[in-house]
Design a protein. Structure first.
Length: 327
């Protein structure tokens, strides 16, 4: 089975001497659909998105990966024109979202126009399948550009304003939606106009309301990487502090055993956990998490600390695991 640029899909937990960076990871159906999208075909995308109706985590993941493949082509527009429906509308919303975020991050003058196009596409997708939270998650992603500033609910020390009403709507559809929580937290990142105090407040609030076995317990680790300053004194020792070591080990003991039951390997969440364990000098636990990832790799969080491949190799080597041969 081939994924991405000729990468063969292998089982998570095995390692054949190279990393696989494609976000489809070991979701075989999604990898096939990505191949179709690159060839200008949308039937595979329709099938994997329709199959994921009701499994909103899987639908969100698949639609985002497919949109990343389709964003530089006219496939989404052509699909909507030729065979409109909830799946076509969802891919269109995700593609429009990606394009708007790219332009906004680049400071391009077209960002405002693309933002309006993306918002309209999200509304259309939400109307076609009202039970699906994914179009609302896409709107949350767009909210970091120029989103609503609703007052925060009680329970947050800094009471940071943000797109709270939109987030609440997503939670009514799916209370523990992973991407929704990450998109919402990103609205408070400093690079998007937030502050460190608000970021920590929101990450703590959201993670503590989630079950101990939920991947949402990883949100403080995401905020910790976002807060990383290589110029700060003893910055790399932050993860060894008792509060962070306790947080990380709690995630390892409570959430990590659940990862094996996911319909696809949750590479990004595993990477954040493996990185935190490695930085905390917990090589035994980090080795287990890295082994569970197999060859699948994500650029975050490693890219914050240098070349992602080099940083991942450093962690694997420290844990006594095989690494890719030098090029």
């Amino acid at each position: 089975m081939v994924c991405g640029d000729g990468e063969r899909i292998v089982a998570a937990g095995s390692f054949e001497g190279h990393y696989v960076w494609h976000p489809a990871a070991d979701d075989r159906e999604l990898a096939r659909a990505c191949t179709d999208v690159r060839a200008g075909r949308y039937l595979g995308a329709h099938n994997v998105l329709q199959e994921a109706r009701g499994n909103w985590e899987l639908r969100a993941h698949r639609s985002l990966v497919l949109a990343s493949e389709a964003a530089d082509s006219d496939l989404a527009e052509r699909w909507m024109a030729e065979e409109p429906g909830p799946e076509a509308a969802l891919l269109g919303a995700r593609v429009a979202m990606i394009r708007a975020l790219r332009m906004a991050d680049a400071g391009d003058s077209r960002a405002d126009a693309l933002l309006r196009i993306a918002q309209a596409a999200c509304v259309r997708a939400a109307r076609l399948l009202p039970t699906d939270p994914t179009p609302w998650v896409a709107q949350l992603a767009l909210a970091r550009i120029d989103g609503p500033r609703d007052p925060a609910p009680r329970g947050l020390l800094t009471a940071p304003p943000g797109p709270w009403q939109m987030f609440s709507h997503v939670l009514r559809l799916d209370p523990w939606h992973r991407e929704a929580h990450h998109r919402f937290l990103a609205c408070f990142f400093t690079r998007y106009g937030g502050s460190a105090s608000a970021r920590w407040d929101v990450a703590s609030f959201l993670s503590h309301r989630a079950p101990a076995t939920s991947a949402l317990r990883l949100l403080p680790l995401v905020a910790l990487v976002e807060d990383y300053d290589p110029k700060a004194l003893l910055a790399d020792h932050t993860w060894q502090q008792p509060q962070w070591a306790t947080t990380t080990l709690g995630i390892y003991h409570n959430w990590f055993p659940q990862a094996a039951s996911y319909p696809f390997t949750p590479v990004l969440d595993l990477a954040y956990l493996a990185h935190a364990l490695f930085m905390a000098k917990r090589e035994f636990e980090a080795r287990e998490v890295l082994t569970a990832m197999g060859p699948y790799a994500s650029r975050m969080p490693w890219s914050v600390f240098g070349d992602p491949g080099e940083q991942l190799t450093r962690a694997r080597r420290s844990c006594g695991l095989p690494t890719p041969a030098p090029a």
